[in-house]
Design a binder for this molecule. Sequence first.
Ligand code: F6P
Length: 326
Amino acid sequence: MTKLKRIGVLTSGGDAPGMNAAIRAVTRAAIYNGLEVYGIRHGYEGMINGWMKQLKSYSVSNIIQRGGTVLKTARSKEFRTPEGRKKAYNQLVKNNIDACVIIGGDGSFAGARIFSEEYDIPFVGIPGTIDNDLFGTDYTIGYDTAINTVVEAVDKIRDTASSHNRLFFVEVMGRNAGFLALRSGIACGAEAILIPEVETHYDKLSEFLESGFHRKKSSGIILVAEGKEAGGAFEIANRVKEEFKEYDVRVTILGHIQRGGSPSAFDRVTASKLGVAAIDALLDDQKSIMIGVANNEVVHVPFNKTIKNNKPINQSMLDIADILTI
Ligand code: F6P
């Protein structure tokens, strides 16, 4: 029999569409299993300051379709210090919280891992980030919605690109990873996709532009992942402008629209599945793991593994992009 009575749930790091669906699933699955749930507001900042209150089943009604996070989020500097974590521990003890579910990315999991080594309070993580850069899970909550947002935006930009015969450089988020750019680039039929994981993409683009792209096609969309080591969309576009004066070049930075909006059905279902599985894991006395999804099955990945390993880009997706782009 588990000794758990009360759990905390929090969102941390960048918000992602589907976080609310995960909060709802965690809350309801916990209540279903006889646990009490406390919502911790503003991520680790709220844990440190005791910003928490009980969530009932009705508290999470009507949120599954909403973007952002009703619990709010933060990137806490103080939690990175031993003093900050001590304050957080004291607040959890004061509020009789026996375990926590954290919804966030690798920075959030790194904090949870250190905390659980220092204090005997189990943490289980649910991957929530549009970047999809967590090792051990095929998808993170928010990724699918962000892909759809990028595709919708790029489809609109393509109208202008084609009407004016322009070459657009569109910058996509992803921090240091190219998952979002690669998948959305394939989905919107980009002429080229530049991601940090592949160094040679600029050379390939440049070769193609040199070979007279404008004579074959009147317009084009180049997706650039923000983490590209050659620079963001502006730097690359400026380089192209310098080298190829015949192109009418424009730049669009999609920015934070990629983080907002109502989550896709896929993100809502994934969040629901992982939220229920997170409570099962805690009831099973598991700790310091991320609940992920691999080959459509729920998997448990130790925080250590997911934090330390770089998630590789799927080679078959790269091959598809290579065949289908210019
Ligand atoms: O991790 C999600 C993400 O949107 C990244 O893609 C991006 O680099 C970063 O967060 C932006 O963070 P902020 O909202 O703090 O500017």
